[in-house]
Design a protein around this ligand. Structure first.
Ligand code: UD1
Length: 362
């Protein structure tokens, strides 16, 4: 059996890195394919270096474009590769346009599809990622779910076969990089444990809507001015382009109690920054999981989440984009307990997925 792992963005690389390494370690017949959806060094090359990943066997170099353009370009190139390389099984992750395009191309050939991080639902179709995850789950032969809740979501949609509850592969990634040298990012910026709020914001629903982005940015400026906590803001390239146009980047950078990290920190530094933050504020799905695993409270800058387990266990609160609401939830969170048991399983999830796909275990 020939297996191909296809990734395209920073979070896919991070959550599939240990699986890619394990495929190589077991010397299985496989290909590592990169769509090129993310291409900046700090979104892509930096992650590859951190996990000491091999060079992809194929790089499709699709770059940025409209959703349809990116998806269509990847589909055409992946179909060609599946046929040329005689790929039997594609392994995709999560909810990106790379995930959708690969799955669509695979189902139009004889290749089977394995979806890692199956069953997540925000039930918010205004997110491009929600459409991607629903469609990919309905096309997949193997559905690797991180939690019981994800299994239940699939069952509600009539998907009852091929499901395996394995845990969340981010646990493998966090475990892997935690064994490396401790990053010096805190010392570099004179930050101390519990003295700052760590912030990320990159979702299209927030960056491409003035009302939402302004609400979030005004909240950050208020918190930097009126609380003793420094605001440490890791800047995504999409957000940077927009914050330059609306002048928020200058206001944030010139504020003495705001630290803008541009380029954004690497994954290991991001984990370290989350671990030592007082609170994480984010619209990223990955950071909701990571902060929950690391024991740092999270405030999600969205109205919904496809990670409700983080809310249920007391690690996460949904705040949306309203300035007053964000500030009020920060105040509540500062006075709340920070003990919970995370729902994502223990390390060894990537190995479990490979065992199942290669018939080693069920
Ligand atoms: C994508 C995923 C999202 C994931 C996120 C992580 C989809 C639909 N969404 O969103 O699930 O959480 O990756 O970052 O696939 N850009 C650069 N350099 C890069 C990459 C992007 O400058 O290396 C800029 C470009 O202006 C691009 C924009 O960011 O148009 C958006 O990139 P895109 O990959 O479309 O979506 P993300 O918002 O990164």
């Amino acid at each position: 059996m020939k297996i191909a792992v296809i990734v395209g963005t920073r979070p896919e690389l991070i959550k599939m890195a240990v699986l890619i390494k394990e495929l190589k370690k077991r010397d299985l017949n496989h290909l590592f394919i990169h769509s090129g959806q993310h291409y900046d060094y700090f979104m892509d090359g930096m992650v590859m270096e951190l996990f000491e990943l091999p060079k992809p066997d194929h790089h499709l170099s699709v770059g940025s474009g409209s959703h349809s353009e990116t998806t269509a370009k990847i589909m055409v190139k992946i179909e060609e590769l599946i046929l040329k390389e005689k790929i039997d099984l594609v392994v995709v992750h999560g909810d990106t346009n790379t995930t959708l395009a690969t799955s669509l191309a695979a189902c139009k050939t004889a290749a089977k599809i394995a979806h890692v991080e199956a069953g997540l639902r925000s039930y918010d179709r205004s997110m491009p990622e929600e459409t991607n995850r629903v469609l990919v789950d309905h096309l997949s032969n193997y559905l690797f779910c991180p939690t019981e809740g994800a299994v239940e979501n699939l069952s509600k949609e009539g998907i009852n076969t091929g499901i395996h509850l394995v845990g969340q592969s981010i646990v493998d990634a966090v475990t892997y990089i935690s064994q490396g040298i401790t990053p010096v990012i805190l010392e570099k910026h004179s930050l101390h444990s519990d003295s700052y709020l760590f912030v990320t914001c990159h979702r299209q629903e927030n960056t491409d809507c003035n009302l939402r982005l302004n609400g979030i940015m005004e909240a950050l400026l208020h918190l930097a001015t009126h609380t003793p906590y420094k605001v440490v803001f890791a800047l995504h390239p999409r957000t940077k382009k927009i914050l330059i146009i609306n002048n928020f980047l200058a206001r944030l950078s010139n504020h003495q109690n705001v630290l803008v990290l541009d380029p954004p920190p690497n994954f290991q530094e991001t984990i370290h920054l989350q671990q030592h933050a007082k609170i994480v504020l984010t619209d990223s799905g990955g950071l909701q999981e990571e902060s929950c695993i690391l024991g740092t409270p999270c405030i999600t800058l969205r109205e919904n989440t496809e990670r409700p387990e983080t809310v249920d266990c007391g690690a996460n609160t949904l705040a949306g984009y309203d300035t007053k609401k964000i500030i009020q939830i920060v105040e509540t969170t500062l006075n709340s307990p920070t003990k919970w048991k995370h729902p994502y399983g223990s390390a060894g999830i990537s190995a479990k997925i490979l065992d199942i796909m290669t018939g080693g275990s069920t």
